[in-house]
Ligand binder design. Structure first.
Ligand code: SF4
Ligand code: SF4
Length: 104
């Protein structure tokens, strides 16, 4: 997974282009239980551009070796930022407990 970052930057130019935070179990447990909409990536359409990974405010999207994004649903809060920024519009937000016809 490509989630490791350099935590000793020498200048702003050395700063990583992603969040320092990592999803961990906190005082409120696995915060994915707050979610009412779940992001679902259409991997046939995904171009592996990493835009969703860069913008997820919860840092719950990780990349595998070929840049394929994977969402940790234990911590994803369903904010839809990833779906908004995806240039391929291949992330659907599926309402929990409903089928894809109910997605936004
Ligand atoms: S819905 Fe929000 S929290 Fe979940 S993966 Fe997308 S940007 Fe991250
Ligand atoms: S932003 Fe969209 S196209 Fe880019 S990696 Fe994420 S899901 Fe794939």
């Amino acid at each position: 997974m490509v989630n490791e970052v350099n935590i000793d930057p020498k200048s702003r130019a050395d700063m990583p282009t992603t969040s320092y935070s990592k999803p961990v179990i906190g005082a409120t447990g696995k915060t994915g239980s707050w979610r009412t909409f779940t992001p679902q990536i259409d991997y046939d359409e995904c171009s592996r551009c990493r835009t969703c990974w860069l913008h997820c405010p919860e840092a719950v999207i990780s990349l595998d070796e070929d840049g394929t994004p994977h969402i940790d649903l234990d911590y994803c809060k369903g904010c839809a930022c990833c779906a908004e920024v995806c240039p391929k519009k291949c992330i659907a937000m599926i309402r929990e407990g409903f089928d894809e016809e109910e997605s936004v």
